[in-house]
Design a protein around this ligand. Structure first.
Ligand SMILES: Nc1ncnc2c1ncn2[C@@H]1O[C@H](COP(=O)(O)OP(=O)(O)OP(=O)(O)O)[C@@H](O)[C@H]1O
Length: 364
Protein backbone atom coordinates (compact mmCIF):
# COMPACT_ATOMS: atom_id res chain seq x y z
CA UNK A 1 0.00 0.00 0.00
CA UNK A 2 1.32 3.43 -0.95
CA UNK A 3 0.32 6.89 0.21
CA UNK A 4 0.29 9.15 -2.87
CA UNK A 5 -0.84 12.43 -1.44
CA UNK A 6 -1.53 14.13 1.89
CA UNK A 7 -3.58 17.31 2.31
CA UNK A 8 -3.80 19.13 5.63
CA UNK A 9 -6.07 22.12 6.25
CA UNK A 10 -6.05 23.95 9.57
CA UNK A 11 -4.55 20.83 11.08
CA UNK A 12 -2.16 21.54 14.02
CA UNK A 13 0.34 24.12 12.67
CA UNK A 14 -0.52 23.47 8.97
CA UNK A 15 -2.87 25.99 7.44
CA UNK A 16 -2.82 24.52 3.94
CA UNK A 17 -0.42 21.80 2.92
CA UNK A 18 -0.56 19.53 -0.09
CA UNK A 19 2.22 16.99 -0.62
CA UNK A 20 2.46 14.33 -3.31
CA UNK A 21 4.86 11.42 -2.89
CA UNK A 22 6.76 9.84 -5.77
CA UNK A 23 9.13 7.77 -3.68
CA UNK A 24 8.56 5.18 -1.01
CA UNK A 25 11.28 6.73 1.18
CA UNK A 26 10.32 10.09 2.63
CA UNK A 27 12.42 11.81 5.25
CA UNK A 28 11.22 14.94 7.06
CA UNK A 29 13.98 16.92 8.68
CA UNK A 30 13.52 19.89 10.95
CA UNK A 31 14.26 21.36 14.32
CA UNK A 32 12.05 20.66 17.32
CA UNK A 33 8.43 21.83 17.29
CA UNK A 34 8.26 22.59 13.53
CA UNK A 35 5.49 20.14 12.57
CA UNK A 36 7.22 16.85 11.68
CA UNK A 37 5.15 14.68 14.02
CA UNK A 38 2.02 16.62 13.08
CA UNK A 39 2.42 15.35 9.52
CA UNK A 40 2.73 11.75 10.66
CA UNK A 41 -0.21 12.26 12.98
CA UNK A 42 -2.28 13.45 9.99
CA UNK A 43 -1.55 10.24 8.06
CA UNK A 44 -2.30 8.16 11.16
CA UNK A 45 -5.60 9.98 11.63
CA UNK A 46 -6.79 8.74 8.24
CA UNK A 47 -5.98 5.16 9.27
CA UNK A 48 -7.55 5.08 12.75
CA UNK A 49 -9.80 8.17 12.90
CA UNK A 50 -7.83 9.15 15.99
CA UNK A 51 -4.44 10.42 17.01
CA UNK A 52 -1.63 8.36 18.52
CA UNK A 53 -0.80 11.13 20.98
CA UNK A 54 -4.02 12.76 22.15
CA UNK A 55 -7.43 11.48 23.19
CA UNK A 56 -8.96 14.85 22.46
CA UNK A 57 -9.39 15.29 18.73
CA UNK A 58 -10.10 19.03 19.14
CA UNK A 59 -6.39 19.47 20.01
CA UNK A 60 -5.59 18.70 16.39
CA UNK A 61 -7.64 21.64 15.09
CA UNK A 62 -5.46 24.69 14.44
CA UNK A 63 -5.86 27.26 17.22
CA UNK A 64 -8.61 29.81 16.48
CA UNK A 65 -10.01 27.76 13.56
CA UNK A 66 -13.42 26.06 13.67
CA UNK A 67 -12.41 22.86 11.92
CA UNK A 68 -9.54 20.87 10.44
CA UNK A 69 -9.40 18.37 7.63
CA UNK A 70 -6.92 15.76 6.51
CA UNK A 71 -7.10 13.80 3.27
CA UNK A 72 -4.85 10.91 2.29
CA UNK A 73 -4.93 9.51 -1.25
CA UNK A 74 -3.52 6.02 -1.49
CA UNK A 75 -3.17 3.05 -3.76
CA UNK A 76 -4.09 -0.32 -2.29
CA UNK A 77 -4.37 -3.55 -4.30
CA UNK A 78 -4.06 -1.46 -7.48
CA UNK A 79 -7.07 0.63 -6.52
CA UNK A 80 -7.08 4.33 -5.77
CA UNK A 81 -8.70 5.31 -2.47
CA UNK A 82 -9.20 8.61 -0.75
CA UNK A 83 -9.76 8.92 2.99
CA UNK A 84 -10.72 12.21 4.66
CA UNK A 85 -11.24 13.05 8.30
CA UNK A 86 -12.86 16.34 9.25
CA UNK A 87 -12.56 17.44 12.87
CA UNK A 88 -14.31 20.29 14.58
CA UNK A 89 -13.51 22.24 17.69
CA UNK A 90 -16.30 20.59 19.71
CA UNK A 91 -14.64 17.19 19.21
CA UNK A 92 -17.04 15.96 16.48
CA UNK A 93 -15.53 14.16 13.53
CA UNK A 94 -16.64 13.03 10.11
CA UNK A 95 -14.91 10.28 8.14
CA UNK A 96 -15.20 9.95 4.38
CA UNK A 97 -14.02 7.25 2.04
CA UNK A 98 -14.00 8.22 -1.63
CA UNK A 99 -16.26 11.14 -0.80
CA UNK A 100 -18.90 9.02 1.00
CA UNK A 101 -19.46 9.37 4.73
CA UNK A 102 -18.45 6.35 6.84
CA UNK A 103 -20.39 6.09 10.10
CA UNK A 104 -18.42 3.33 11.83
CA UNK A 105 -14.70 3.45 12.57
CA UNK A 106 -14.62 -0.33 11.98
CA UNK A 107 -15.40 0.34 8.29
CA UNK A 108 -12.39 2.63 8.01
CA UNK A 109 -9.85 0.45 9.71
CA UNK A 110 -8.18 -1.66 7.07
CA UNK A 111 -8.28 0.83 4.20
CA UNK A 112 -5.06 2.58 5.14
CA UNK A 113 -2.92 0.32 7.32
CA UNK A 114 -0.11 2.18 9.05
CA UNK A 115 2.28 1.33 11.87
CA UNK A 116 4.04 3.95 13.95
CA UNK A 117 7.43 3.31 15.48
CA UNK A 118 8.38 5.96 18.00
CA UNK A 119 10.77 6.21 20.98
CA UNK A 120 7.81 5.29 23.21
CA UNK A 121 7.71 1.84 21.57
CA UNK A 122 11.26 1.22 22.73
CA UNK A 123 9.97 1.28 26.30
CA UNK A 124 7.24 -1.30 25.78
CA UNK A 125 8.94 -3.98 27.89
CA UNK A 126 9.23 -1.75 30.98
CA UNK A 127 6.03 0.21 30.45
CA UNK A 128 2.67 -0.47 32.08
CA UNK A 129 0.50 -3.45 31.02
CA UNK A 130 -1.90 -0.88 29.51
CA UNK A 131 0.74 0.15 26.95
CA UNK A 132 1.25 -3.48 25.96
CA UNK A 133 -2.50 -4.00 25.63
CA UNK A 134 -2.64 -0.87 23.45
CA UNK A 135 0.01 -2.36 21.21
CA UNK A 136 -2.06 -5.53 20.75
CA UNK A 137 -5.30 -3.60 20.33
CA UNK A 138 -3.96 -1.24 17.66
CA UNK A 139 -2.47 -3.96 15.51
CA UNK A 140 -5.42 -6.33 15.78
CA UNK A 141 -7.99 -3.58 15.22
CA UNK A 142 -6.37 -2.58 11.95
CA UNK A 143 -6.06 -6.01 10.45
CA UNK A 144 -9.16 -7.56 12.04
CA UNK A 145 -12.02 -5.03 12.13
CA UNK A 146 -14.18 -7.63 13.93
CA UNK A 147 -11.70 -7.47 16.83
CA UNK A 148 -12.18 -3.70 17.01
CA UNK A 149 -15.95 -4.17 17.11
CA UNK A 150 -15.70 -6.80 19.89
CA UNK A 151 -13.39 -4.53 21.88
CA UNK A 152 -15.74 -1.57 21.49
CA UNK A 153 -18.77 -3.58 22.63
CA UNK A 154 -16.79 -5.20 25.46
CA UNK A 155 -15.57 -1.82 26.73
CA UNK A 156 -19.08 -0.39 26.61
CA UNK A 157 -20.48 -3.30 28.69
CA UNK A 158 -17.52 -3.04 31.08
CA UNK A 159 -18.07 0.71 31.55
CA UNK A 160 -21.74 0.12 32.40
CA UNK A 161 -20.99 -2.78 34.74
CA UNK A 162 -18.27 -0.85 36.56
CA UNK A 163 -20.52 2.17 36.98
CA UNK A 164 -23.22 -0.10 38.47
CA UNK A 165 -20.71 -1.74 40.85
CA UNK A 166 -19.49 1.68 41.95
CA UNK A 167 -23.04 2.93 42.59
CA UNK A 168 -23.65 -0.18 44.63
CA UNK A 169 -20.75 0.73 46.93
CA UNK A 170 -22.49 4.06 47.68
CA UNK A 171 -26.17 3.02 47.72
CA UNK A 172 -26.06 -0.76 48.33
CA UNK A 173 -28.54 -1.21 45.48
CA UNK A 174 -27.84 -3.67 42.72
CA UNK A 175 -30.03 -4.80 39.82
CA UNK A 176 -29.09 -8.51 39.65
CA UNK A 177 -30.76 -8.96 36.25
CA UNK A 178 -28.80 -6.10 34.73
CA UNK A 179 -25.58 -7.41 36.23
CA UNK A 180 -26.28 -10.77 34.61
CA UNK A 181 -26.90 -9.12 31.23
CA UNK A 182 -23.56 -7.29 31.47
CA UNK A 183 -21.74 -10.50 32.39
CA UNK A 184 -23.30 -12.32 29.44
CA UNK A 185 -22.11 -9.57 27.09
CA UNK A 186 -18.66 -9.43 28.66
CA UNK A 187 -18.29 -13.21 28.32
CA UNK A 188 -19.48 -13.16 24.71
CA UNK A 189 -17.11 -10.43 23.46
CA UNK A 190 -14.37 -11.30 25.94
CA UNK A 191 -14.18 -14.85 24.58
CA UNK A 192 -13.66 -13.54 21.04
CA UNK A 193 -11.07 -11.00 22.19
CA UNK A 194 -9.03 -13.65 24.02
CA UNK A 195 -9.09 -15.96 20.98
CA UNK A 196 -7.82 -13.20 18.71
CA UNK A 197 -5.13 -12.18 21.21
CA UNK A 198 -3.92 -15.74 21.83
CA UNK A 199 -3.54 -16.40 18.14
CA UNK A 200 -1.87 -13.04 17.48
CA UNK A 201 0.65 -13.41 20.33
CA UNK A 202 1.51 -16.96 19.24
CA UNK A 203 2.41 -15.76 15.72
CA UNK A 204 4.09 -12.62 17.09
CA UNK A 205 6.26 -14.77 19.37
CA UNK A 206 7.36 -17.05 16.51
CA UNK A 207 8.25 -14.17 14.21
CA UNK A 208 9.90 -12.01 16.85
CA UNK A 209 12.02 -14.96 18.04
CA UNK A 210 13.53 -15.34 14.57
CA UNK A 211 14.34 -11.63 14.37
CA UNK A 212 15.80 -11.52 17.90
CA UNK A 213 18.01 -14.48 17.03
CA UNK A 214 19.20 -12.83 13.88
CA UNK A 215 20.03 -9.46 15.49
CA UNK A 216 21.77 -11.10 18.46
CA UNK A 217 23.88 -13.38 16.29
CA UNK A 218 22.04 -16.46 17.56
CA UNK A 219 22.66 -15.72 21.24
CA UNK A 220 19.14 -14.79 22.32
CA UNK A 221 16.04 -16.96 22.35
CA UNK A 222 12.97 -14.78 22.72
CA UNK A 223 9.60 -16.06 23.85
CA UNK A 224 6.50 -13.91 24.21
CA UNK A 225 3.84 -15.24 26.57
CA UNK A 226 0.25 -14.18 26.76
CA UNK A 227 -0.75 -13.48 30.37
CA UNK A 228 -4.47 -13.96 30.15
CA UNK A 229 -6.66 -13.02 33.10
CA UNK A 230 -9.61 -15.10 31.90
CA UNK A 231 -9.14 -17.89 29.35
CA UNK A 232 -11.65 -18.38 26.54
CA UNK A 233 -13.38 -21.31 28.28
CA UNK A 234 -16.45 -20.59 30.43
CA UNK A 235 -15.88 -16.88 30.86
CA UNK A 236 -19.46 -16.39 32.00
CA UNK A 237 -19.12 -18.92 34.84
CA UNK A 238 -15.88 -17.28 35.97
CA UNK A 239 -17.54 -13.84 35.96
CA UNK A 240 -20.46 -15.14 38.01
CA UNK A 241 -18.04 -16.77 40.48
CA UNK A 242 -16.20 -13.44 40.88
CA UNK A 243 -19.36 -11.41 41.56
CA UNK A 244 -19.08 -11.22 45.36
CA UNK A 245 -15.51 -9.97 45.07
CA UNK A 246 -16.51 -7.44 42.37
CA UNK A 247 -19.43 -6.17 44.47
CA UNK A 248 -17.09 -5.74 47.41
CA UNK A 249 -14.35 -3.95 45.45
CA UNK A 250 -16.66 -1.90 43.19
CA UNK A 251 -15.06 -2.94 39.91
CA UNK A 252 -14.84 -5.89 37.56
CA UNK A 253 -11.78 -7.91 38.53
CA UNK A 254 -11.47 -10.35 35.63
CA UNK A 255 -11.29 -10.08 31.86
CA UNK A 256 -9.20 -8.87 28.90
CA UNK A 257 -8.80 -5.43 30.54
CA UNK A 258 -6.31 -7.20 32.85
CA UNK A 259 -4.31 -9.05 30.18
CA UNK A 260 -0.61 -8.57 29.61
CA UNK A 261 2.38 -9.96 27.71
CA UNK A 262 5.60 -11.29 29.16
CA UNK A 263 8.95 -11.40 27.33
CA UNK A 264 11.50 -14.08 28.11
CA UNK A 265 15.08 -14.08 26.85
CA UNK A 266 16.82 -17.43 27.20
CA UNK A 267 14.04 -18.34 29.66
CA UNK A 268 14.45 -15.27 31.90
CA UNK A 269 12.01 -12.40 32.32
CA UNK A 270 13.39 -9.59 30.13
CA UNK A 271 11.61 -6.95 32.20
CA UNK A 272 13.60 -7.89 35.31
CA UNK A 273 16.84 -9.21 33.86
CA UNK A 274 17.15 -7.82 30.31
CA UNK A 275 19.63 -5.08 29.37
CA UNK A 276 18.53 -1.85 27.71
CA UNK A 277 20.01 -3.11 24.44
CA UNK A 278 17.97 -6.33 24.68
CA UNK A 279 14.82 -4.29 25.32
CA UNK A 280 15.53 -2.26 22.19
CA UNK A 281 16.06 -5.39 20.15
CA UNK A 282 12.78 -6.85 21.41
CA UNK A 283 10.96 -3.60 20.54
CA UNK A 284 12.43 -3.67 17.04
CA UNK A 285 11.59 -7.37 16.67
CA UNK A 286 8.01 -6.64 17.73
CA UNK A 287 7.62 -3.83 15.24
CA UNK A 288 9.05 -5.86 12.36
CA UNK A 289 6.86 -8.83 13.30
CA UNK A 290 3.83 -6.57 13.42
CA UNK A 291 4.57 -5.46 9.85
CA UNK A 292 4.99 -9.07 8.71
CA UNK A 293 1.71 -10.15 10.34
CA UNK A 294 -0.17 -7.24 8.75
CA UNK A 295 1.32 -8.12 5.35
CA UNK A 296 0.18 -11.74 5.67
CA UNK A 297 -3.35 -10.77 6.65
CA UNK A 298 -4.03 -7.87 4.26
CA UNK A 299 -1.92 -9.22 1.41
CA UNK A 300 0.27 -6.11 1.01
CA UNK A 301 2.72 -4.04 2.98
CA UNK A 302 1.43 -1.53 5.52
CA UNK A 303 2.93 1.98 5.56
CA UNK A 304 5.54 2.61 8.25
CA UNK A 305 5.79 5.89 10.14
CA UNK A 306 9.14 6.23 11.93
CA UNK A 307 8.68 9.13 14.29
CA UNK A 308 12.02 10.34 15.61
CA UNK A 309 13.09 6.82 16.45
CA UNK A 310 16.12 6.21 14.20
CA UNK A 311 18.50 8.24 16.32
CA UNK A 312 17.57 5.92 19.22
CA UNK A 313 18.77 2.86 17.32
CA UNK A 314 22.44 2.05 16.81
CA UNK A 315 23.97 1.57 13.36
CA UNK A 316 23.54 -2.22 13.45
CA UNK A 317 19.86 -2.09 14.37
CA UNK A 318 19.19 0.66 11.81
CA UNK A 319 20.80 -1.42 9.06
CA UNK A 320 18.76 -4.46 10.09
CA UNK A 321 15.57 -2.43 10.08
CA UNK A 322 16.16 -1.05 6.59
CA UNK A 323 17.03 -4.48 5.22
CA UNK A 324 13.83 -5.98 6.57
CA UNK A 325 11.52 -3.26 5.25
CA UNK A 326 12.94 -2.78 1.79
CA UNK A 327 9.52 -2.80 0.09
CA UNK A 328 7.65 -0.83 2.75
CA UNK A 329 6.75 2.82 2.19
CA UNK A 330 8.41 4.92 4.88
CA UNK A 331 7.74 8.30 6.39
CA UNK A 332 10.61 9.24 8.67
CA UNK A 333 10.91 12.26 10.93
CA UNK A 334 14.23 13.34 12.35
CA UNK A 335 16.07 16.33 13.75
CA UNK A 336 19.35 14.60 12.95
CA UNK A 337 20.88 16.08 9.81
CA UNK A 338 24.20 14.28 9.97
CA UNK A 339 23.27 12.30 6.84
CA UNK A 340 23.66 8.87 8.44
CA UNK A 341 20.05 8.11 7.71
CA UNK A 342 20.05 9.68 4.26
CA UNK A 343 22.92 7.47 3.09
CA UNK A 344 20.74 4.46 3.75
CA UNK A 345 18.12 5.58 1.25
CA UNK A 346 19.74 7.12 -1.80
CA UNK A 347 16.55 7.23 -3.84
CA UNK A 348 14.46 8.86 -1.17
CA UNK A 349 12.95 12.30 -0.99
CA UNK A 350 14.01 14.66 1.74
CA UNK A 351 11.76 17.41 3.02
CA UNK A 352 12.66 20.31 5.26
CA UNK A 353 9.98 21.19 7.79
CA UNK A 354 9.85 24.68 9.24
CA UNK A 355 6.97 26.31 11.14
CA UNK A 356 4.24 24.40 9.34
CA UNK A 357 5.77 24.65 5.87
CA UNK A 358 7.47 21.85 3.96
CA UNK A 359 10.08 22.09 1.15
CA UNK A 360 11.17 19.15 -0.95
CA UNK A 361 14.74 18.34 -2.02
CA UNK A 362 15.43 15.20 -4.06
CA UNK A 363 18.65 13.38 -3.22
CA UNK A 364 21.10 12.71 -6.04
N1 LIG B 1 -3.75 22.84 17.44
C1 LIG B 1 -2.62 23.48 17.09
N2 LIG B 1 -2.69 24.67 16.44
C2 LIG B 1 -1.56 25.31 16.07
N3 LIG B 1 -0.31 24.85 16.30
C3 LIG B 1 -0.20 23.68 16.94
C4 LIG B 1 -1.33 22.94 17.37
N4 LIG B 1 -0.91 21.81 17.99
C5 LIG B 1 0.44 21.86 17.96
N5 LIG B 1 0.87 22.97 17.33
C6 LIG B 1 2.27 23.38 17.08
O1 LIG B 1 2.93 22.34 16.38
C7 LIG B 1 4.30 22.37 16.77
C8 LIG B 1 4.75 20.99 17.20
O2 LIG B 1 4.77 20.16 16.09
P1 LIG B 1 5.31 18.67 16.14
O3 LIG B 1 4.81 18.00 17.36
O4 LIG B 1 5.01 18.07 14.83
O5 LIG B 1 6.88 18.94 16.34
P2 LIG B 1 8.11 18.17 15.73
O6 LIG B 1 8.60 18.91 14.54
O7 LIG B 1 7.79 16.73 15.55
O8 LIG B 1 9.13 18.38 16.91
P3 LIG B 1 9.99 17.36 17.80
O9 LIG B 1 11.20 17.06 16.98
O10 LIG B 1 10.29 18.19 18.99
O11 LIG B 1 9.14 16.18 18.11
C9 LIG B 1 4.47 23.33 17.90
O12 LIG B 1 5.03 24.52 17.38
C10 LIG B 1 3.04 23.56 18.36
O13 LIG B 1 2.85 24.84 18.88
Amino acid sequence: MIVKKVELHNFRNYENLELSFDSSRNVFIGENAQGKTNLIEGIYLCAFARSFRTQNSANMVMLDRPRASVTVDLVSEDMDKSISVILDRTGKKMIKKDGKVIRKTAELLNNLVVMVFSPEDLRIIKDSPEKRRNFINKELSQIRPRYYECLRLYNEALRQKNSMLKDNLKNSKIDENMLDIYDLQLAKYGTEIVKYRRNFIRILSERAAEIQKSISGGREDLEIRYLCSLSEENQYDALVAARDRDLYSGHSSLGPQRDDMEFLINGKDAKKYGSQGQHRTIALALKLSEIGIARDVIGENPVLLLDDVLSELDEERQTFLFQEIEDVQLFITTTDVNNRILKKMPKGNVYSVKSGTVFKNTLK
